[in-house]
Design a protein around this ligand. Structure first.
Ligand code: ADQ
Length: 494
């Protein structure tokens, strides 16, 4: 998965070593025999972005998404992953349940996306919050143990996301000189939301142990500083946050994609073949596309309801437009996600029943991951992409769509609550995804847009996507981190 660093003849590594730490490794492991494994790439924003990062000698540390308790299994999986530059953290079932399904997915994820804390009866919530928080800390400690074991002097450790907010603190407890950065891929919510969390102070302090803290947008960084000043009484300064006599640097690093990977793949004969097939299949119809993990933050029901409204109000378009919604199921153990799946199926079934004919339906809904070639072909034949996240840290699907649109110049309808609205806003049609009428009107505007206008908007977004890449994002973060560490050392000397 990750490229080898290699050495110069004098033994000095060509590329700096980077330890990327995230909850999940970029691969999922499936056990085939006692000591044999198949490794499959997993879908997701962080994976897509870091695949584009080639300038470091990177190791990736994380959970392989599988329960392995026996020694033979752990050893063989460690070896299989090592060949891909990956190092596993083994989490037991109870920890996964309490830390991952519980505190991460049921508490932090909804809270950071403004969906609030769970609404069951308060007392049981408080009790389960306490045990899930304990499991969260325990899991973070397990990650810290593995990182510490593999850390070599000079390595840069880059911790990712809300799963690992305690990691900077635990790593610094092991070794105060370790270069530690932390980046949040989700929004950081308004301090008024964050302060409802019972463990609000501990979480903030744990993150503040990092040398550098990064966010996708200024708003998220501002919310974080407000939370620190209001909850901890720490001081916001131009470089970051000063807390208990120590400065944690804060900066904004909007993520991007490896745009070349997308533009190049479109030239491959097999992708051209896919494009031809899809074009023939949907001839005479405009294609609208949604690609999302099936998650409540992605606003999939809202998007489909807006499409229904559009069909309702524009009968002339009924047999001239199709919505393809690709929704890859995630977190399938969590009841909320199971409910969402049924809800989406129900709405799609109803609309297809209402507007479908014997030979065709207006919505093609797929509950699965698409291969990279298939996905790029689909992006490239799309006339209108619909990204209607209720909240989204950035949203890379919008970037990927733009990267694949150099021949078609399709239109992007983008939620104003996605971080990407701040970078692609000038080229996209921005919408409030909660306002079904507004989204329906945007669909009409996009489908009827003149070629000239589409060209202008596409050019703007394409220039952004191809210059603000994943590589640039990572380079910028790591170089800022080196600066932060040097600055901190100078301060100690003074
Ligand atoms: P995600 O919530 O996973 O990421 P997003 O940024 O849109 O959201 O990335 C999804 C990725 O998964 C894309 O690369 C997309 O191609 C892929 N994907 C989704 N559905 C797929 C399918 N059915 N088949 C194949 N591939 C599929 C989190 C945050 C985002 C933030 C990223 C990166 O929630 O806001 O942009 O991290 O920081």
């Amino acid at each position: 998965v990750l490229e080898d660093g290699g050495e110069r003849s004098d033994g000095i590594p060509i590329k700096p070593r980077l330890l990327v730490v995230s909850n999940r490794l970029p691969v999922s492991a499936v056990r085939e025999g006692e000591d044999s494994w198949t490794l499959e790439m997993s879908a997701g924003g962080l994976v897509s972005a870091l695949l584009g990062v080639k300038q470091f000698d990177a190791r990736w540390i994380g959970w392989a998404g599988v329960k392995v308790t026996d020694e033979v299994g752990q050893k063989s999986l460690t070896e299989a992953l090592a060949a891909k530059g990956c190092i596993p953290v083994f989490l037991d079932e109870e920890t996964v349940h309490q830390y991952y399904n519980g505190y991460c997915n049921n508490i932090l994820w909804p809270l950071f996306h403004y969906l609030g804390l769970p609404k069951e009866d308060r007392l049981s919530t408080t009790r389960s919050l306490q045990s899930q928080f304990a499991a969260y800390k325990k899991a973070n400690q397990m990650f810290a143990d593995v990182v510490n074991k593999h850390h070599e002097e000079g390595d840069v450790v880059w911790c990712h996301d809300y799963h690992l907010m305690f990691l900077p603190k635990f790593l610094k407890e092991y070794n105060s000189k370790m270069k530690v950065g932390w980046f949040l891929h989700t929004p950081f919510p308004s301090s008024e939301i964050h302060r409802t969390l019972p463990s609000r102070s501990e979480l903030l302090r744990a993150v503040l142990a990092a040398d550098l803290i990064g966010f996708h947008t200024y708003d998220y960084a501002r919310h974080f500083v407000s939370a620190c000043t209001r909850v901890l009484g720490s001081e916001g300064v131009p470089q970051g946050v000063e807390d208990q006599g120590r400065l944690a640097r804060l900066a904004v690093f909007p993520i991007g994609i490896d745009s070349d990977r997308f533009t190049k793949v479109l030239e491959l004969p097999e992708v051209q073949e896919h494009i031809k097939e899809l074009t023939e299949r949907f001839a005479g119809r405009k294609v609208m596309l949604g690609v999302d993990r099936l998650d409540m933050i992605k606003g999939i029901p809202q998007k489909i309801l807006a499409f229904e409204k559009f069909l309702e109000e524009n009968p002339c378009w009924r047999d001239k437009v199709v919505l393809i919604q690709i929704a890859v199921p995630t977190r399938t153990d969590v009841p909320e996600y199971q409910k969402l799946t049924s809800q989406v199926h129900e709405i799609v079934g109803r609309i297809n029943g209402r507007f479908g004919t014997l030979t065709d339906v207006p919505i093609h809904h797929l509950d699965r991951t698409l291969g990279f070639h298939e996905l790029c072909a689909l992006y490239s034949i799309t006339d209108v992409a619909l990204v209607t996240s209720l909240r989204d840290g950035m949203n890379l699907v919008s970037y990927e769509f733009v990267a694949c649109q150099n021949s078609k110049r399709g239109v992007l309808i983008l939620s104003e609550f996605a971080g990407a609205a701040q970078s692609l806003g000038a080229g996209a049609i921005l919408v409030n995804p909660w306002n079904i009428s507004e989204v329906s009107a945007a669909i009409g505007q996009a489908l009827n847009m003149s070629a000239e206008e589409r060209e202008k908007r596409h050019r703007y977004n394409f220039a952004h996507v191809t210059t603000h890449t994943a590589q640039r994002w990572a380079e910028f973060f790591v170089s800022e981190m080196n600066d932060a560490v040097i600055e901190a050392q100078n301060r100690i000397r003074e």
